[in-house]
Design a protein around this ligand. Structure first.
Ligand code: HEM
Length: 219
């Protein structure tokens, strides 16, 4: 059997930043919940004490901010391409969202041709961008100001809950959903099969990839 032709999807810098952000985010969600609630109190011994969990929360926040800054400084064109796409919602995205419930439960449906990101990935991106900005801003206020405005506390908790809900759906789709789990290759090795891009990102495949001169076809 001949090997499938591969298409580059994410650079190494973006992949490392994604995983750094993901690990920091999960650590922040767990330690943050320990500070607000009591259901995770059984984890306190892992951090020595609640104060230990609060120190880990701040260290993870520094790593999360680094995960945002690294691609902005090292791959600005990839970041602006991502932002440009996710802030432009098209009819194709709405058509994708109509097929999304079937995809979510693992039923394969023909999807309308999508750009580099599909409608669902755009919504996940928007939620993570907005909640990331709010959490970083409110978190820095609470950390660095001697009298932070009281609104910072509920805002920080609310956007952590919104970001976490979207992250849980995203992790399910990436790891467990049989339809979308080829995407995981893109975030580990950086590439996916040309067939995958044709089927899942048909508009990008035709209008950007196929339209580019052969030597310049990588992302
Ligand atoms: C075990 C944890 C995770 C796995 C396996 C995972 C997997 C992936 C994969 C495979 C992609 C690329 C999808 C594509 O081809 O476009 C991706 C993209 C992305 N990930 Fe994650 N991810 C994880 C955790 C997180 C977390 C915690 C966040 C943020 C809080 C996050 C935010 C994003 C965003 C914003 C994108 C781009 C948009 C999208 O594809 O949805 N990821 N992730």
């Amino acid at each position: 059997m001949s090997k499938p032709r591969m298409v580059r999807r994410f650079s190494a810098v973006v992949r490392v930043s994604h995983w750094l952000y993901a690990l920091s985010f999960i650590t922040l969600a767990v330690t943050g919940y320990m500070i607000y609630g009591s259901a995770l109190d059984w984890m306190i011994p892992l951090f020595g004490s609640l104060e230990g969990a609060m120190v880990v929360h701040r260290v993870a926040a520094v790593f999360l901010i680094m995960a945002v800054l690294i691609p902005i400084l090292m791959r600005p064109r990839e970041v602006t391409a991502w932002l440009g796409e996710v802030f432009t919602f098209t009819e194709a995205d709405i058509a994708f969202l109509k097929t999304f419930p079937a995809k979510f439960v693992g039923v394969k449906k023909k999807i309308p041709p999508q750009g580099f990101y599909n409608g669902g990935e755009k919504i996940n991106s928007l939620i993570q961008i907005i909640s990331g900005v709010v959490m970083i801003t409110t978190g820095l206020f609470m950390w660095l100001s001697s009298s932070p405005p009281p609104i910072m506390y509920p805002l920080h908790a609310l956007f952590m809950a919104i970001g976490s809900a979207s992250a849980i759906g995203h992790i399910y789709l990436a790891l467990l959903n049989p339809i979308s789990n080829e995407a995981i290759r893109a975030m580990i090795n950086g590439d996916v099969s040309e067939k995958y891009m044709q089927e899942n990102h048909g508009q990008w495949y035709q209008e950007v990839y196929k339209a580019a001169p052969k030597g310049k076809r990588s992302n």
